[in-house]
Ligand binder design. Structure first.
Ligand SMILES: [Zn+2]
Length: 468
């Protein structure tokens, strides 16, 4: 089955001009808004050209909204009539990753061609994530064009460096924080994986994931030294032996798994669809069967990382040049992905206690997990209802996000920061295209995403729909 077979209500908003929206996405893809980790390498002119293109392409937004550029990031404010309602914020990023050198010839259409052929729009950014940027603009323009008033203020926020430093989104969030803004909900890219729920005990049910937060990331360095020398007298041990013992101690002393709100909500949502025993019974009362459920998750490759901090030893350097020589200074790295309950500080203390003092531990880099959004919040419920309208047979479940996005920058302004790009392109096409080659999106998936956003704006921001 293809994802496109799940699309329903494609006749909603029949006056949406999809060919024009397609042409505008093609136009946006032609700007080489490539961002680099070193901002000095980023050519700013394509960003300025993209801004001019957007202003020209969306005359109602241009006239009625406030446009601010913060660096080269864009904050567009559509003021709502009801100041008592917290604003909503829809986001995407303007930048794209570079084309991988040497793959240019593999692209069937130029990565900055914006070509339209056989129902696909081609170019770097077609899936990540200019389609979302343009779809957000199309949806807001659509309602302005029909003379509708906004009851809730709507922000459109487009960072300039999500793929590198994420400074643009941070600057927008700081600007809003300085103005005392708190937000009802934020929607960013991410998640949207469709899969069979067999691992949850619900075979035959299709689930689709909405990201609520991001796991933390850490590179833990282990360092050990020994005096070296001939291996016939290893009385004091070797640095390699110490590292091996330390590594084992860390892996054996990982913190226990935890049940998150997202997992609890997922099980309650799947509820009656879970047919496999004993999960069918446990899922009815996740609180009571927490231990059993955690064991079930930990035993499954697709689920265990949802409930626990993971540790992957990845690097070791400094071994001796010969089998009969003892090594001297060595180091190893363990890559950790942390759930919110496990902070980098607490983990470091825990590991030091387990390892002892023959091996030094420190973080090469670390960032805590982001703040989990509330799966009961207004924004989550409205998004889920909207998605259920446009995608048949899918059960939407909250998860932690795999990758990091700009979204975490807004968490201090909002308790409902959702990661979901409503563009359900076929899996093989996304896999090949995102940060890869032949990035493209079907006009059909793009159009359905516009309908989702148009509906979400209608039900959460316009005068007839913004109330609870
Ligand atoms: Zn992205």
């Amino acid at each position: 089955m293809t994802n496109a077979e799940l699309f329903i209500h494609e006749s909603d908003y029949p006056d949406l001009n999809i060919p024009s929206a397609t042409a505008r996405l093609q136009g946006a893809l032609r700007f080489k808004t490539v961002s680099h980790t070193d901002p000095a390498l980023t050519d700013q002119r394509p960003f300025e050209a993209l801004h001019a293109f957007l202003r020209e392409s969306y005359p109602r937004l241009s006239a009625r909204a406030t446009w601010e550029t913060i660096g080269h990031s864009l904050l567009i404010t559509l003021p709502g009539a009801d100041a008592a309602l917290r604003p909503a914020l829809l986001m995407a990023h303007q930048d794209v990753v570079p084309v991988i050198p040497g793959t240019e010839a593999v692209w069937r259409h130029g990565p900055f061609s914006g070509d339209l052929e056989d129902g696909y729009i081609w170019g770097r950014g077609a899936m990540d994530i200019k389609q979302m940027l343009i779809a957000i603009m199309e949806s807001a323009e659509y309602w302005l064009d029909r003379g509708r008033t906004f009851r809730r203020t709507l922000y459109l926020a487009f960072g300039e460096d999500e793929e590198s430093a994420s400074q643009g989104a941070a600057a927008i969030a700081r600007t809003l924080a300085a103005r005392g803004v708190t937000l009802e909900y934020v929607l960013d890219e991410g998640s949207g994986d469709v899969m069979d729920a067999a691992d949850y005990g619900a075979p035959g049910t299709l689930v689709c994931t909405i990201g609520l937060y991001e796991k933390g990331y850490g590179d833990l360095r282990l360092r050990a030294s020994s005096r070296g020398g001939h291996s016939s007298n290893p009385f004091h041990g070797t640095s390699l032996g110490d590292l091996a013992r330390a590594m084992t101690a860390i892996l054996d002393h990982m913190p226990p798994p935890r049940m998150s709100d997202a997992v609890r909500r997922t099980l309650l949502t799947l509820g009656p669809r879970i047919t496999e025993m004993p999960m069918a019974q446990w899922a009815r009362d996740p609180q009571r069967y927490e231990k059993e459920i955690l064991d079930w998750f930990c035993a499954r490759e697709s689920l265990y990382h949802q409930v626990r901090t993971t540790a992957a030893p990845t690097m070791i350097t400094g071994g001796a040049p010969a089998a009969n020589v003892m090594p001297r200074d060595m180091q190893a790295v363990i890559n950790l992905r942390m759930i919110p309950e496990d902070t980098p500080d607490a983990l470091l203390g825990r590991f030091r206690a387990a390892v002892g003092d023959r091996v030094q531990l420190d973080w090469l880099q670390q960032i805590s997990a982001s703040v989990p959004s509330d799966p009961e919040a207004y924004g989550y419920r409205r998004l889920r209802e909207t998605l259920e309208r446009y995608f048949d047979r899918l059960v939407f479940i909250p998860v932690q996000n795999k990758g990091a996005t700009d979204a975490r920058q807004y968490e201090r302004l909002c308790r409902c920061v959702l990661r979901f790009g409503p563009f359900l392109e076929e899996e093989d096409i996304s896999r090949e295209g995102i940060h890869g080659v032949n990035e493209r999106i079907s006009v059909r998936a793009f159009a359905q995403g516009i309908r989702v956003l148009t509906h979400l704006i209608e039900t959460t921001c316009l005068s007839n729909g913004a109330a609870e």
